[in-house]
Write a protein that binds this ligand. Sequence first.
Ligand code: HAM
Length: 421
Amino acid sequence: MKLNALKGFKDILPGEVELWQELEEFSRSLFAQYNFTEIRVPLLEETALFSRAIGDVTDIVEKEMYTFADKQQTLRPEGTASIIRAVIENGLLVKKPVQRLFTIGPMFRHERPQKGRLRQFHQLDMEVLGSKSPLIDVELMSLAALFFKALDIDVSLEINSLGCKKCRPAYREELLDFISSHKEHLCGDCQRRSTTNPLRTLDCKTPSCRKQIADAPSVQDWLCEECSSHFITVQEGLRQLGINFTLNKFMVRGLDYYNRTTFEFLTDDLGAQAAVAAGGRYDGLVELLGGAKNTPGIGFAIGMERIILLLLQKDEYTLTRGVDFFLAGLGKAGNAKAFELAWQLRQEGFSVALDYEGRSLKAQMKLADRENAYFSVIIGEDELAGGYGLLRNMKNKDAEQRKIPLTLESFLDLTEELPGE
Ligand code: HAM
């Protein structure tokens, strides 16, 4: 029987994993520039954490969670709820009143797989807990904008405000009226949810629903004074930093915890899966999950698979990172010398590959190419007798092969010639 990876679960193989490493490295340094620190939370949590945070009447909770029903535990479909649980459980907000945290890792949702949509996918997730300033909203969007600019990825930013528990009920009533007069044309999901979670209808991707809700009332017209002023300050802040955006009254997001600002960064280059980063404010969530009253919060997540796809669509990425030296030992003594030299070079921080299968010189040179070695060093019996090896620059086939004494010092002298990280 052939054993394959599960549908929607993907191996990240050598050749591509280097790009993931680069992306993670770049992200970490960007997050540090914005004064975020890392938090690592478990992959498995109590199911109630997600159903309470994300909302019972959402696609994620109704259809997509990987749940061990007998244990009432669920593989995390997102990072926000887990981070908040960890912050509350460990009293982090007591130690420092504003927490700026990020996490990087896999999330699990049982969705229909397609390009850019997996069942195990990875997010770069950022959360700021403890500040209600609209400038934090702007700062997070500026971080995302800088992320995409640095990676040369074209995106557009859409924003909305979902109001708060003061102003949303009136809007909800208005929307309910609108939906009930259009109900018979809506899809089954929207009909079922129309009374329990009418906002979901605004987000429905079914073409018939989209047509029906085109004239739906806009939440932006129902904002209370505080929400309105928050939203205006967010827009002013984005303009101040020169970050372009458009208003999208239909953006309610697929998770129920949001209030006030929501936002999505979209690309035209990935087909249906256009959202490359998304998030928003969730001022009631900490309290809902058992934390202190009135603790504001906001965050967003970047979908890593989608970023990798976009980067791979560019030509300039060569993925395989090579080794500094390939040591080609020949004969018993040559191989023994290569083995010992590899140990010495690795202790000095060089990367080294060598052959253990007694291959011919020609086969070893082929291997050196495949390992993307910068230098190869041939250590045959004649060379060994003279105390040197033959150094070849594998990246410049015109360069002369030259003798190199088999001493650590002479290898250290080559450091300058090697490409930097
Ligand atoms: P989300 O919109 O569900 O939000 O996901 C954020 C991003 O993760 C999406 O824009 C997309 O790039 C990526 N993503 C989501 N599902 C998949 C999938 N099945 N396959 C590949 N990529 C996917 C959240 O998860 C919120 N927790 C974000 C947030 C953080 N809000 C506040 N803080």
